[in-house]
Design a binder for this molecule. Structure first.
Ligand SMILES: O=C[C@H](O)[C@H](O)[C@H](O)COP(=O)(O)O
Length: 239
């Protein structure tokens, strides 16, 4: 019962931050559409605005985000045709006090990072459960090449406390880019940018779920209401 209440509250918070992010979209923007359950709320709210006349086009970061666009009548465009994007809107698995993030719980981290890097402004949405002092409780997703993956896993295992190939129904999960995901526990991550570089130095590591210095705007929840934060200085996790 308690768990259901907590889940309901989290879902309600996702809806609040998603609706607020949709209000920040301006007409004629090219937008990177992230992936995940928070983005689902954003897509629903954006779809409503589109039906009322807002003109936008989105670049999707996963098959799931393509589906969300379709379900909500959001026009999509080809990434290579759009080149630079006005805005990127996405969720997060963890956001630290200094605005670093872990992403990739849904396996979309590679395309999400490419799209975020091509965007002039990045909005991330995080319900209160995602806010942490330091990153590291959520296992860090690392996208790795399928070729030689056992070898890559053994390199990762030397750095991580625990490391496991992500599986579904007994088979390795394959990302939209055709790679595998290793979920790695590092304990509290003191220097995420440094860890990211260390991991990327392993041949076969394609990308990590550490998103450092990428938040321009964070929409989160304070005292039950959505708030818009634009720098780590404004952050006070807690009510
Ligand atoms: O690969 C998935 C993405 O990084 C998501 O943005 C992240 O996992 C957050 O998802 P949700 O909004 O479902 O918690």
């Amino acid at each position: 019962m308690k768990k259901k209440r907590a889940n309901d509250q989290q879902e309600a918070e996702k809806a609040l931050v998603g609706a607020m992010a949709a209000e920040m979209v301006e007409t004629d923007m090219a937008i990177g559409l992230g992936t995940g359950s928070t983005v689902r709320h954003f897509a629903q709210a954006l779809g409503q605005r589109i039906r009322m006349g807002l003109r936008v086009r989105v670049i999707c970061t996963s098959r799931q985000s393509e589906m969300l666009a379709k379900q909500n009548d959001i026009p999509t465009t080809d990434f290579d045709r759009a080149r630079s994007l006005d805005l990127c809107v996405d969720g997060a698995d963890e956001v630290s006090l200094n605005f670093d993030m872990i992403k990739g719980g849904g396996g979309a981290l590679l395309y999400e990072k490419i799209v975020a890097a091509a965007s002039n402004r990045r909005i991330y949405m995080a319900d209160a459960t995602k806010l942490v002092g330091k990153l590291g409780e959520f296992p860090l997703p690392v996208e790795i090449c399928r070729f030689g993956h056992q070898n890559v896993l053994s390199h990762l295992a030397k750095l991580a406390q625990q490391c496991a190939l992500r599986q579904r129904d007994g088979d390795p999960v394959i990302t939209d880019a055709g790679n595998y995901i290793a979920d790695c526990q590092f304990g509290e991550i003191d220097r995420p940018a440094e860890l990211h570089r260390q991991l990327c130095d392993i041949p076969g590591v394609v990308e990590t779920g550490l998103f450092c210095g990428m938040i321009d705007t964070l929409i989160t929840i304070r005292n039950g209401k959505p708030v818009v934060l634009t720098s780590p200085g404004e952050v006070f996790w807690g009510s």
